[in-house]
Design a protein around this ligand. Structure first.
Ligand code: ZN
Length: 253
């Protein structure tokens, strides 16, 4: 009786997804059973996590060493002012648990690095890279290629955002290092120095959730292009990207 009631509630909650031709019961179940890893609990990670959980995922591992600060609140929409000073992934977990009490969340309030990431990435069905660190993005890309895990990388600064979907299971598709050379001397453009428009970064985070849900539901993956979003002029542009023959990550053989 209890199980039947639970099943009815689940179907009612996700009824608008069940009506979609591309999802149906099978797709909604695949979403529910997926294991998702998010690296970063900032302006990308918060809206991404919120939509993943509201859409029915039941297992989330979430990595970020930072604490909530006052200047985070406009973008990091899981945090109320009373959370300032708390670890982001713990405060975020409390919010997500209220949305979906039965979800399993593994908060990791530490910096992602080459020691902890391999185990987490190999255990995930899909990975969302939501940090603001070029080196972390490169490391996550390298490990996702190694373990053949789909990866969605987002970034945003000022009015502009970028999004790339990488699926190492597909042959002849570009990885992050095919587009941005790991040897490039990139200085991370911190929001604290240059500013960022809250809905612009939120849009990219939601699109990361959009792509992750499609992947775990078994729908077509949007690889082979880099999205460039200009929030000031409301422009969405795509650049076609190709696998680099000399990519040090995905083509080193
Ligand atoms: Zn590559």
């Amino acid at each position: 009786m209890q199980d039947e009631k639970k099943s009815n509630t689940f179907e009612l909650r996700h009824s608008r997804h069940l009506l979609l031709d591309q999802l149906d019961v099978d797709g909604v179940k695949k979403i529910h059973n997926s294991k998702i890893l998010i690296i970063g609990a900032g302006g990308l990670g918060c809206p991404a996590a919120q939509y993943l959980v509201s859409s029915g995922i039941n297992s989330l591992q979430w990595v970020d060493p930072d604490i909530v600060s006052e200047s985070n609140l406009p973008r990091q929409i899981l945090f109320a002012p009373n959370r300032v000073g708390q670890k982001k992934v713990l405060a975020g977990m409390d919010h997500l648990k209220k949305m979906s009490p039965e979800i399993t969340i593994l908060p990791e309030p530490v910096k992602a690095n080459s020691k902890n990431l391999p185990g987490w990435i190999s255990a995930a069905d899909v990975v969302l890279e939501c940090s603001d660190q070029f080196k972390t993005k490169q490391l996550v890309n390298k490990l996702c290629v190694q373990f053949k895990r789909p990866l969605i990388i987002g970034s945003a600064i000022q009015w502009n955002g970028q999004l790339q979907v990488i699926d190492p299971k597909l042959i002849n598709q570009a990885c992050y290092a095919c587009v941005f050379d790991p040897k490039d001397n990139v200085t991370d453009a911190a929001c604290g120095a240059f500013g960022v428009f809250a809905p612009a970064v939120g849009t990219i985070g939601i699109l990361q959730a959009n792509e992750a849900l499609k992947i775990v539901a078994g729908l077509k993956t949007s690889v082979g292009k880099l999205l460039l979003f200009d929030a000031l002029n409301l422009d969405f542009n795509f650049i076609e990207i190709n696998k680099r023959k000399d990519c040090p990550v995905c083509n080193k053989d």
